[in-house]
Write a protein that binds this ligand. Structure first.
Ligand SMILES: [Zn+2]
Length: 303
């Protein structure tokens, strides 16, 4: 959905709310405490005189907001602005920065930053999603991200950066995730959590850490010199392309990312990459996840 069709579909807050309610409870509203199926829509006035629409449960009497217990939880921003932000984040191929969302929606930077992180949270793959499988070739590699260099030398440069492991199916999905260190046991944990054991072939570079990580018949360790001479030789081009696409996104849009939130940015990038043929449905898919995911309070995001 683009901004124009969004503005046309939801000209009023009531229409946006009705759409959200249908999205969250496709089979009718249910109480969030006792799961009773009879709830009435009521209107209450806040301290400032603003009208709020809430549901009242016929069984336990609980008053709850249509956005309670979802990622929208506790937000005072109109749904129309939320929808607009979701649209901006899903339409931009490389994502959009909080300061740009701030300018587009006319809200404070803090609100925009929190809003973007919550939408980003809905743009993450479900936990336990595994890549690879029978007759699939997967490439695995590492990249170093960001960090200001303290001290001199290669070691100092590497220490200041965060290591990201990339797993990529050829012509398929990708998964990027930070690791504690480049040590083989840390890399192995990420790989085993995200790679299907039945994967036909795993291609890596010649790094020692990958030796012994996979059964011999499954593993193929590449060699950059041979790649240059022989194009058919095994290469990790798919995963390296994903790395460079992510890095270009950071430089172009975010300029700097906090190390603490890097995994969420990586998750957003992979989610969008894995749905590259489904652009028109991304708004709807994100909204579905907004209803499923747990609230993400501001205090949980600042360390
Ligand atoms: Zn109830």
């Amino acid at each position: 959905m683009n901004l124009f069709s969004l503005a046309k579909s939801f000209p009023t807050e009531e229409l946006a709310l009705a759409f959200w309610i249908k999205q969250r409870w496709p089979n009718g509203v249910r109480c969030i405490a006792c799961d009773h199926d009879k709830c009435y829509l009521i209107e209450t006035k806040g301290k400032t005189g603003k009208v709020y629409r809430k549901f009242e449960c016929a069984e336990c009497g609980l008053h709850f907001s249509p956005t309670a217990n979802t990622i929208f939880h506790d937000s005072h921003l109109p749904l129309q602005k939320w929808f607009m932000a979701i649209c901006l984040m899903t339409e931009g191929k490389k994502g959009i920065s909080a300061s740009q969302v701030q300018r587009h929606l006319g809200i404070s930077y803090k609100t925009a930053w929190h809003l973007c992180h919550r939408i980003r949270e809905a743009m993450q793959e479900d936990k336990g999603t595994k890549l690879g499988g029978e007759s699939v070739t997967v490439e695995i590699d590492e990249m170093y991200v960001g960090g200001r260099k303290r001290g001199t030398g290669v070691k100092a440069a590497k220490n200041s950066k965060t290591i990201v492991v990339g797993i990529a199916e050829r012509d398929g999905r990708i998964h990027l995730q930070t690791v504690k260190s480049g040590h083989s046991r840390h890399v192995r944990t990420v790989v085993s959590e995200n790679l299907n054991k039945d994967t036909e072939q795993v291609v890596t570079d010649g790094a020692l850490k990958f030796r012994g990580m996979f059964p011999k018949e499954q593993h193929k360790a590449g060699n950059h010199h041979r790649e240059l001479r022989d194009k058919n030789w095994t290469s990790t081009q798919t995963v390296e392309n994903a790395f460079s696409l992510f890095k270009r996104g950071i430089v172009g849009n975010y300029h700097q990312l906090s190390k603490d939130h890097l995994d969420r940015y990586l998750g957003e990038f992979c989610w969008r990459y894995n749905r590259r043929g489904l652009q028109p449905c991304l708004f709807q898919m994100t909204l579905e996840n907004m209803a499923k995911r747990k609230p993400l309070p501001y205090k949980d995001l600042i360390f």
